[in-house]
Structures are given as structure tokens and as C-alpha cells.
Design a protein around this ligand. Sequence first.
Ligand SMILES: *Cc1c(COP(=O)(O)O)cnc(C)c1O
Length: 470
Amino acid sequence: MNNSGLKNIPSIHEVIEDSRLQELINCKGRHVVKDYIVKITNDYRKEVINNIDIENNITKEIITNEIIKNVIDLANIIERKSLCKVINATGIILHTNMGRAPLPKGALDKVADVAGNYSNLEYDLLKGQRGSRYESTETLLAKLTGAESALVVNNNAAAVFLCLNTYANQKEVIVSRSEQIEIGGSFRIPDIIKRSGANMVEVGTTNKTYISDFGDAITQDTKILLKVHTSNYKIQGFTCDVKGEELVELANNNNIITMEDLGSGVLINLQDYKLPYEPTVMEQVKKGIDLVTFSGDKLLGGPQAGIIVGKKELIDKIKTNPLTRMVRIDKLSLVALQEVLKIYLEESNVTKNIPILDMLTKDIDELTNEANNLKTLIEEKLNEKVEITIINDDNATGGGSLPGVVIKGVALKVACKNTSSNLIQKKLRDYKVPIICKIRNDDIILSMRTINKQDYDIIANGFYDVMIRL
Ligand SMILES: *Cc1c(COP(=O)(O)O)cnc(C)c1O
């Protein structure tokens, strides 16, 4: 035990009055900073008690300096953990770790309006009485997808679960072994099926499944033929996949339900934009699949939501499942989804007006142009400190969509002279608006496709601050 180390620890009061902490106190509040000081001081005390090597004649001033530094560091760490905007310069469009789809401006305004006021969430303005919270969005979904009816819940995992639980609890679901997928965040089809109460009957093999495999497996207990879109990987080579139409025919002959978990719900034909084919929700509905589920915040470009479209009779029964209430969508996501769907229905410039689609469909000329603009801004701020070149860059859609598809893009390669790119990458991540970027061959890479034009100034200022303060 070390006496002077303990004796010289400043009091909480002494530390909190230190001028170096006043800015932090103004920003976070006195009681918050006091909590930090108590924690850091206690940690320090424990360290002194446990560490006999600590200097004997350590002064109060040294200890105070140490405590103040640690308090500021702790405040920064805690700040970094609170949810905030970041700039995604990775070129991964639906970045699951960065919140998937950013919302269109118009939808955000409507969210603010509904959130900050009373709304007609469950009030029918035409009749002056209680109404349905889902009606508007479900009507839009039915119109857009050609389905008879729709239901919106918290996310697609919940949508899949609800369909299975409503129709196959204690009964059988048949699914191909090639579609036993896991997407991130512990969503595994076999687990979801099991938890829904259904018995999973696996058919076929990893690379080949035939319609006869499904046919042979049908029993009196079979309720659902399930198809899962392999949205985050592709099986290539010697393969055979059962087509939706085949499943529909088989199911109709046996009076059972077909269901497809589409994962990412696309409402536009991506091939029109020189992107690879991805089945649209409309196509699957048209094939006669009874229940189609998909996410609101993948390629649809809306808020987190799970959407079920399909036969009215089937969806009506799902609505009466008590579990539906537990996975209800909140009003803010609901209004955001409503507004995004309106863009699909009402506006001609869909890909320009939905941020995810705008990013996905930008061509090389447009990206090069933007790269030049950002390059100029950063150079103006930093001139000889960095060397910037415009390079080709491969982008990915991410977020469990368009597996294996590489989209050609453009990036800025920023070579920071005499400074480690790892350090710069970290400092950019620590910037007040965190800038998340890749490193390649010791250069910082800023992928243009996922960077919002409105953030160019922030990026240039970020580089300036980071390079000057280094
Ligand atoms: C993404 C995905 C899900 C989960 O959707 P969430 O909206 O994240 O719950 C389920 N199935 C497939 C095939 C997916 O791609």
C-alpha cells in the first residue's frame, strides 16, 4: 500500500472546479461530469492500493492531471457510443452496421410532423371515429405490388415468424436445403421455423432441389411450402432451384400455402439500370405466391419494417394473431414507410428521390464528377499535405441484397504524407461527425457512391482538423 499516492488524491470538489473541465460541464451537465470524476477517482484509488510500484512522492498536481485527462477520455468514449450520424465512405450501400437505408428528405419532414404533434394514427378523419393505423400504408402496398392485401410489422424477421406461427404452428413447413440461410444478427431460417412452433421438413440437397422433392414430402400435416431468397450468397455451378410457379402449382393442387421470404424487397426492375436481375415483389405476387415477406429498409429504401403482401383471407387471419401486436410497427416508422411508398406511386423520378436507389444507380461519369468536386475541396484545405487521386473502386450493395454483385464505382485515394493511414482513419472516425473509410495499400480510400454531396464540406474540414491536430 502506498500512502502518499492515497493521501494526495484530490477531492471530487477540487477536480470538478478545475478550469479544464468547465467546457465539458457546460456541454454535459455538472452531475454527469461528477459521475465520471467519481468513477475515475475510484479507479485510481484501486490502482494505488493494488500497485506497490507507484511512486512514493507522487504529488496532488500529477494525480489531478491524470484524473482530468481520464475524465475527458471517458466522456469521449461514452459520446462515441451514443447513436449519431456518420459519413459512410465505404461504398457499401446498405451497410447493416450503419443503419441500412437513409430516408428521403420528404419522409423525414413528415416523420417530424407526426412525431411532434398529434396525428390521425388510429382516427378516421372522414368518419370522425376510430380508424385503422395500417389502412393508408396497406392500401399503398397493395396498389404497388398488385397484392390483394398487406400487413406491416416491425421487421422482416417478425414478418416471417408471424406467417409461420399463424399457419404452421404444430404443423409442417417444407423448405429446400439450399435455402437454409443465416443472415447477420442471428436470423437463421431453421431457428425461426422452430420458434414459430412449426416442424421443418428439409428437402433436396445444398445445390439441387427439384419440385418432386417437395411433392414427395407433402403429408396431411403440411401447411406451408417455403421459399427463401438466398439474399446474401449465391450457389454456383451444378445447381437446380425450384421455381416459384412450380411451388404455386403444387401447393394449389394440395390445398396448402406458398410463402416466400424475399429478404430485400425491390419494387423496381433493376435491369433497367444496368444492374443484375433481382426478383421484384410484383413478380412474386403475380406468380401466385400466397404470402411474400420483405424488409422496409433494404432495397426498398424505407425505414426498418417487415412487410407481408398476399392473399387477403390469409393476411386477415395473421392480423388476428395475438403475436402481431407484439411486433407492431411504431408510428414513426409507419409514416416514413407511407411516404416512401408514395414516392414509388406518385413520382416519376423514383431512383433520384429515394437515396438508396440514387446511390445504387449513379453512373461512373456522375461519380467521377463528384469525386473531382470533393478532391478540390480537400485540396483547397490541405494542399501540399495530401496527394489525392481519383481511382476505380468496387462497391457492394451489402445488407443481404444482390449477393456477389460488384458495382463499378469511383473513389478518392488520399495519400497522407509522413503520417500513418491507420492513425488518420482512426482520427476521422473520432471526428465530431465520424467519417468511416477504408484503407488500401496504406492510402485512405473514400468511396464516392455512398457519400452525400451535402457532407463534402464536413469531410474536407474533417481532414483539415485531423491533419492539423495530428
Ligand atoms: C434481411 C433478411 C431478413 C431479415 O430482415 P429484417 O428486416 O432485418 O428483419 C430475413 N430474410 C432474408 C432472406 C433477408 O435477406
